[in-house]
Design a protein around this ligand. Structure first.
Ligand code: EPU
Length: 421
């Protein structure tokens, strides 16, 4: 197996501008939505990251024709050549679960591998299966597969998600788009990626009411059309660069292709920490003056503070003067970066769902290991401010979700190299 590493020599000033790519978590469900039509769907601003490549490959395996070139995807599924996502494709990301809804809605049968993705805790899918079950889908679960059958097609439901789920909302939205009748989904996730999927489905001919609210009403159609769609910018990538800029006093970064309101939760926390952030016209600038203040925050569904920016904020808070606390409410094993940051000299204590960060601690470079996608970003950020050389092993994790992050940071002045052995 390949050992992908990132080697960083820290303490370089970051300055200049960085352009945010299209959102990974918008690309994943929207590529899956191409199964809902036999016509071509054309996407722009698609990030070339490993998880999206896996989704594209999974769809090709099912019979999709198309190309993924630079940031553009043309995809069309005129007919299905397979109805199965095998574990070797499904286990690395959330692709297979996002394919389940649209595939069974189109074909009446789907056999998909249990989903993989980051090992950040129990990643349950019971609401996806419950909702599909109510739509008339018979679900059979095996250790490796979820097998879904709907001999008479799907019918509309009135379903309330017991808790907010992003991919659950997306899955049932896509299934409802081809179901018979008017579906009402309640307590839906409000993440911008859900809104972007609604925009795509609407362009494909769906009738959906309630965008950006918790209640969505979907009038099912017999068929959908092709579409052209540009993905929204990646708010987690945006937030990661905002935090990178905040790490050191003399950094001066401008972030372009940004939608600052998508990261209001982060920007208000940064203001409490003492960082000056200016946002206007698709751009964000960040300046750090004086000592950083500690904060107490908790992760919440959108528009609250995102779990996907929790690890990166932890790195920043190692540089705040005093005791900070972060409560992780979304996933039950998402503090794996804490041990690695402690190896660099941080003082982080994890007590179940709370991380207590005592700062300010100088960080010293050494070899550390990425456990998941956002943890890997947190470790790279730590390397940027550590003394000497930091090596982040298992850096494949970073490539799953950040487009060209080592290159983008190098352009800003970081001394960072990606090594693929
Ligand atoms: N949950 C259930 N039952 C379900 C579905 C979810 O109990 O049927 C629970 C989960 O166990 C978890 C919580 O609800 O505790 C939230 O999970 P959610 O379903 O919202 O997460 P997800 O859809 O699997 C997406 C993103 C994640 C992001 C979360 C939360 C995609 C492809 N993934 O995951 O992104 O952390 O929402 O915002 O959209 C990442 O990009 O690094 C990443 C992990």
């Amino acid at each position: 197996m390949k050992n992908t590493k990132i080697v960083i020599h820290g303490k370089k000033k970051l300055c200049g501008s960085v352009k945010i790519s299209g959102a990974k978590n918008a690309a994943l469900p929207q590529l899956a939505a191409s199964l809902l039509t036999t016509s071509e769907v054309h996407f722009q601003s698609v990030p070339q990251v490993e998880d999206v490549k896996v989704m594209f490959h999974a769809l090709k395996n099912l019979g999709a024709e198309g190309i993924f070139d630079a940031d553009t995807v043309y995809i069309q599924v005129p007919e299905l050549k397979s109805t199965e996502i095998p574990p070797e494709i499904g286990k690395t990301s959330r692709a297979s679960i996002l394919i389940l809804g649209p595939l069974v809605a189109r074909n009446g049968y789907a056999k998909v591998s249990r989903p993989g993705g980051c090992p950040i805790g129990d990643r349950k899918i019971d609401f996806h299966l419950q909702g599909l079950g109510q739509m008339g889908v018979t679900i059979q679960e095996t250790p490796d597969y979820i097998i879904a059958k709907a001999d008479n097609g799907l019918h509309a439901i009135d379903y309330t998600f017991p808790n907010k789920t992003v991919t659950g909302t997306e899955n049932l939205l896509m299934a409802a788009a081809l179901a018979q009748g008017k579906t009402i989904l309640r307590n839906c996730a409000l993440e911008p990626e859900v809104g972007d999927l609604i925009d795509l489905l609407t362009t494909m001919g769906s009738h959906i009411q309630g965008k950006n609210t918790e209640t969505l009403t979907i009038a099912g159609q017999n068929r959908l059309n092709g579409a052209r769609h540009t993905l929204i910018p990646d708010r987690i990538e945006m937030g990661t660069y905002v935090i990178a800029a905040s790490l050191k006093g003399n950094n001066e970064i401008m972030i372009e292709n940004a939608i600052p309101e998508y990261i209001d939760g982060l920007l208000s926390v940064l203001t409490q920490i003492g960082i000056e952030v200016a946002a206007w016209d698709g751009k964000i600038t960040v300046r750090t003056r004086g000592p950083l203040c500690p904060v107490e925050i908790e992760t919440l569904p959108y528009p609250g503070y995102p779990t996907d920016l929790q690890a990166q904020l932890t790195t920043l808070l190692t540089q705040a003067q005093g005791v900070s606390k972060i409560k992780e409410n979304i996933f039950n094993n998402r503090f794996q970066h804490a041990d690695e940051l402690n190896k660099l000299g941080a003082n982080i204590e994890v007590d179940r769902d709370i991380a207590i960060i005592r700062g300010k601690t100088p960080l010293n470079g050494r070899t550390i290991r990425a456990t998941d996608l956002r943890a890997s970003a947190a470790l790279v950020l730590a390397g940027l401010i550590a003394d000497g050389q930091t090596v982040v092993e298992n850096a494949y994790q970073l490539l799953r979700g950040y487009e060209n992050m080592p290159q983008k940071l190098r352009q800003l002045g970081a001394d960072i190299t990606l090594i693929d052995e």
